[in-house]
Design a protein around this ligand. Sequence first.
Ligand code: GLU
Length: 556
Amino acid sequence: MLDRVVIDALFPADLSEPAHWEQRYPSRELPEGAAVTRFGPSPTGFVHIGGVYVATIDRDVATNSGGVYLVRVEDTDQSREVEGALAQFARAFDYFGISSDEDDGHGDYGPYRQSARERIYLSYVRELLRHGKAYLCFATKSELADITGRQQAAKIPTGYYGSWAIWRDADPAAVQAKLADGAPYVVRFRAPDGTTDQRVRFTDVIRGDLEHEANRNDTVILKSSDQSPRLPTYHFAHAVDDHLMRVTLVIRGEEWISSVPLHLQLFDALGFEPMTYAHIAPLMKKISGGKRKLSKRSDPEAGVDFYIEAGYPAEAVLYYLRGLANGRLAELPLRQALITPIRLAQCGVDGPLVDLVKLEDISADHIATLPGPEILGAVRTWAAQFDPELVTVLDTEHDLALRALAVERDGVDNPRKDLRKWSDFRAAYGFFFPQLFAPLSGPTDERLSPLGVDPTIAASFAQNFADGYQHLDDPQEWFNQIRELAAKHGFAPNAKEYKKNPAAYPGSIREASQLIRVALTGSTRSPDLPAITQALGAPEVLRRLCALVGGGATGS
Ligand code: GLU
């Protein structure tokens, strides 16, 4: 083993002892059963919806146990770091309203960014070295490749372990010679002797008792000495952080289960109490013949930005995710499900499917329950970021927007479900706004062609309708205007009559009212026409009717 003096000389002379950090970050005083959870995003520039899923569970478990939820930025892999990634995380958590009790800026257990905790890690690395639980390794890339090659040829597990670990039991003189040469080194954890062929057992809150092969590898815990800052690897950093931040429950993705044997060894070597783990099954996507993990490379809906840019209401997405975590929450109404605790024991071990059609239904149902002013506020907030033109229109036409949203929403038992996300607003309501609506170019406008009404008749019908137009608010009376005029213009009184002898009529009453609908909305499908005219106001109704008539057409 290396001499303590040699070891200490590798570290800053004023580096604190572990006891200092233990004191600096004392045990938390929390009620019995309170869970301290954490979420550890890595700032690699892509926020996966699975991250929001896990963070939701973290937040929920902490809140409902009277505990603490903290966010710790895991940025030890600086080569993968992407500029602006932290802002992206902040934006995502903000959108979904997942606030943390502690992070940089507030909290007594910080800094909450691993790259700012270098000295803390170094104290513990030095401590392990002093006790022979870690060692310096000078193996070069080519030596490591050679070891792997020989292990593969011998068909034995690859890795840096046992007698393959060339610096594990190196002569201290050889180590000192390398140091004197200024050779770069990493620090490796010395896996306990005799772990080969051993199994470890541990309990996962979600999966119950698990058994895994013990870790045999002498894992790197501190990266190369020729790098600055000298940062640890994730495995080591998270052990030190979870301990010193007094985390009690590690909720993380299932991909970390295979690392638990190493993590338990690290906790033991460091003299820390072992953690309780809950490994969450990943969100999945249905593919033909099965399912696979929702992938950041192939599935746009894997990214949080997908939901934010489309403007899915945060509550609808959260409700959906909570239902995926605990099926019973999907059975509850949204408001209730959002405040009913998630139970870890009820999280499945099979990854749940993310089904966008289902999410859209949930979202449409939810939006249908909201009052118009609230919808307008949410659409405007969304548009401020993604559709500036719409913001200008909504600000100029605030009252019209409210009237538009009130159509088949206010005072009805079954409000319209025409918005699944805020970006649907333009398509569903854009026609109400003169700034966004393109009036017909005349009776030959192609939007009228599905009706098959002769353009000359269409124009004269619209002209007469406009001439005698009464802005009535009783829907029946309003429609009667069309009915009477349609009869005068020779339209069949109903579809049946028309079908019997199509050549005898320009269309039926149905085509006649569709002419007006297309003139007023640009489409053959729209909400209730009289209600639309009330929202638009008489002058705008007349302007649109005249556009059907067109420049050259005259009434007859
Ligand atoms: N930084 C890790 C990740 O992004 C978090 C792992 C953990 O929660 O322990 O996957």
